[in-house]
Design a protein around this ligand. Structure first.
Ligand SMILES: Cc1cc2nc3c(=O)[nH]c(=O)nc-3n(C[C@H](O)[C@H](O)[C@H](O)COP(=O)(O)OP(=O)(O)OC[C@H]3O[C@@H](n4cnc5c(N)ncnc54)[C@H](O)[C@@H]3O)c2cc1C
Length: 139
C-alpha cells in the first residue's frame, strides 16, 4: 500500500509551523474509497504509534500515470559498469532503471567506484609516484 513516507519538515523546517511536522505519504494504486484513509492510519499506527490518529490530513493529490510502465524503460546494464573510459565516469537513471531509485542506485554505485579509486591512489607510495620530496598528499 505505502510506496514511501517522508517527513518533509525534517529536510525543510519551514514547511511546518514550529513544533509540528509535515509528513508526506506516497501510496500505490488508485484507491479512493472512504476506507482508504482509515486503512492508511491503521498501517501507520504500527510504525509510529496511536498518535497517527490525531494527525491532521491536509490534502491528497492523485497523480494518474505518474510513471511510464517500467517494462518500457529498458535497463542498459548493471549500475557498476560506470567507467566509460579511463577516468571518465557516468551515472543516472539511464544506466540502471528509469526511476528515482534507479538514479540513486546508479549514483551510489558510481560514487563507490570513484571513492575506491581515490583511496587506491592515496594509498600508493606518493613520493615514488609523484617525485614530491615533501611527501604531501596529491590533490
Ligand atoms: C513526468 C515524469 C514523471 C516521473 N515520475 C516518477 C515517479 O513518480 N517516480 C520515480 O521514481 N521516477 C519518476 N520519474 C523518473 C525520475 O524523475 C528520473 O528517473 C530521475 O529524475 C532521473 O534522475 P537523474 O539524476 O538520472 O537525471 P535527471 O534528474 O534528468 O538529472 C540530469 C541533470 O543533468 C542536467 N544535464 C543534462 N545535460 C547536461 C549537460 N550537458 N551539462 C550539464 N548538465 C546537464 C539536466 O539539466 C538535469 O538537471 C519521472 C520522470 C518524468 C519525466
Amino acid at each position: 500500500m505505502i510506496n514511501h513516507l517522508c517527513v518533509l519538515s525534517e529536510v525543510a523546517p519551514s514547511y511546518a509551523p514550529a513544533g509540528r511536522s509535515l509528513v508526506a505519504v506516497c501510496l500505490r494504486g488508485d484507491r479512493a474509497d472512504a476506507g482508504a484513509e482509515q486503512a492508511l492510519r491503521d498501517k501507520l499506527a504500527g510504525w509510529f504509534g496511536r498518535s497517527v490518529f490525531d494527525w491532521q490530513h491536509l490534502r491528497t493529490d492523485r497523480i494518474p500515470a505518474a510513471l511510464p510502465p517500467l517494462p518500457v524503460i529498458k535497463r542498459p546494464g548493471p549500475s557498476d559498469r560506470c567507467e566509460l573510459s579511463p577516468g571518465l565516469f557516468a551515472c543516472g537513471d539511464y544506466r540502471d532503471g528509469g526511476t528515482l531509485d534507479g538514479a540513486i542506485r546508479s549514483g551510489r554505485a558510481t560514487a563507490e567506484v570513484v571513492a575506491h579509486r581515490l583511496i587506491m591512489r592515496r594509498s600508493a607510495p606518493l613520493v615514488a609516484r609523484t617525485g614530491d620530496r615533501r611527501g604531501g598528499p596529491v590533490a
